[in-house]
Write a protein that binds this ligand. Structure first.
Ligand SMILES: [Ca+2]
Ligand SMILES: [Ca+2]
Ligand SMILES: [Ca+2]
Ligand SMILES: [Ca+2]
Length: 385
């Protein structure tokens, strides 16, 4: 993700703090050589959440975390002022599951997210930039900190109607969030469409895979991949990593939900890296993708944007609805896209009242016409006099 305002950073930080506040206190361990292969990995004591390590040229540090809560989500990141790191995730047999070199378009630090497997174990390898096979093919040398956080998907509650739809509280009150989300002002480079604040979602930094987003939003497994595949000609793409927000509310038949959105991207116009923004309410659909014809150059830190558009959905029957809005990388995670959201609202069109008011207006105008006729009669009488 691109440079964020101080406000955005503090918001993102407070959210990540609140989500990890329920887990154990931080226990730090030191990197202990030799730990240069999966088989000689350093097993960390239970409750260890941080490793302070030292990487040398050609060195790889393998670590094993254990006794984690199966099914909980995790973020693992490397911070360093001296090296350009790369982070690998391996399964319990040593097979590489994921690699991250740079967490976003403007950071060389590394970050991986996912779900703790049934074994309750996670295995990581810390190496230097571009060492995607984790064999020490790099010249980086310096200290780093590997941090692991685990947390559960947020608990959902139902609002009586859409709350904080314009984000004017300056936070995500009323919403649940997953991934890299922040509240932005006009300093972002694109003005809010309502008030002073808007929401921003990114495909860079602390993002989650499509399958975890689907679970978060209560979508059918594979539905994000299927939507992405419908937008490009090749058959094998995946919604690799993204962010989403959700609000569950009670909607009345005939009411219309609307919100404003602006899709931003640094991606080239290639179908194979067709990042997209989406909405789910009733069904899942695309808001915009990299190939959207309306993409214009951007006044934000992104290269291009669609500008603000308005999404509209008429509530078919009275009941509880889940509104999910998100953005995801497609196929790779190398180049970021984002989504600005503002002015989420429900426009009530109470049909019975509307009908009554038309009836009422009709009756009133009839009375006025009758009165007018009477007055005219009186007038005419008086004129005669
Ligand atoms: Ca090592
Ligand atoms: Ca890197
Ligand atoms: Ca707003
Ligand atoms: Ca991308």
């Amino acid at each position: 993700m691109k440079a964020l305002s101080a406000l955005a950073f503090s918001t993102a930080w407070s959210i990540s703090l609140s989500s990890i506040a329920t887990i154990q206190p931080v226990f730090a361990a030191l990197d202990n050589e030799p730990n240069n292969s999966f088989n000689t990995r350093q097993f960390l004591p239970s409750s260890t959440t941080t490793v302070n390590g030292q990487l040398e040229s050609g060195d790889v540090d393998f670590f094993g975390f254990s006794n984690l809560d199966t099914g909980s989500l995790f973020t693992a990141d490397i911070n360093s002022k001296t090296i350009d790191p790369l982070l690998g995730l391996l399964d319990d047999s040593g097979n590489i599951q994921a690699i991250n070199d740079n967490e976003s378009d403007n950071s060389v630090l590394s970050l991986l997210t996912g779900k703790v497997p049934a074994s309750g174990s996670l295995n990581f390898a810390v190496s230097g930039l571009r060492d995607i096979n984790l064999i020490g093919d790099h010249l980086e040398s310096g200290s780093y900190r590997l941090s692991l956080n685990t947390f559960n998907l947020p608990k959902l509650s139902t609002n009586p109607t859409i709350l904080n739809g314009g984000f004017e509280t300056g936070n995500f009150s009323g919403w649940t969030t997953l991934g890299e989300t922040s509240i932005e002002t006009k300093t972002f480079g694109s003005n809010p469409t309502e008030g002073n604040y808007q929401a921003f979602l990114s495909t860079g930094n602390k993002t989650f895979s499509g399958s975890i987003i689907e679970e978060f939003l209560g979508l059918e497994a594979g539905s994000l991949d299927n939507l992405g595949k419908s937008l490009e000609p090749l058959p094998d793409g995946q919604a690799t990593q993204g962010s989403a927000i959700q609000q569950i509310f009670t909607g009345k038949a005939g009411d219309v939900l609307t919100f404003d959105w602006n899709f931003l991207s640094n991606e080239e116009l290639f179908p194979s890296v067709n990042d997209f923004a989406f909405v789910s309410i009733g069904s899942l659909s695309k808001l915009a993708d990299v190939l959207s014809p309306t993409v214009i150059s951007s006044t934000t830190d992104f290269f291009k944007e669609t500008g603000f558009n308005t999404f509209s959905f008429k509530i078919p029957t009275t009941g509880i609805y889940s509104l999910g809005i998100g953005v995801t990388d497609w196929r790779d995670s190398g180049t970021d896209s984002g989504l600005l959201i503002d002015n989420v609202k429900i426009v009530s069109v109470p049909e019975s009242n509307y009908g009554l008011s038309i009836l009422g207006f009709g009756v009133l105008s009839l009375i006025l016409r009758l009165k007018s006729k009477q007055q005219n009669k009186v007038k005419s009488i008086s004129v005669r006099r």
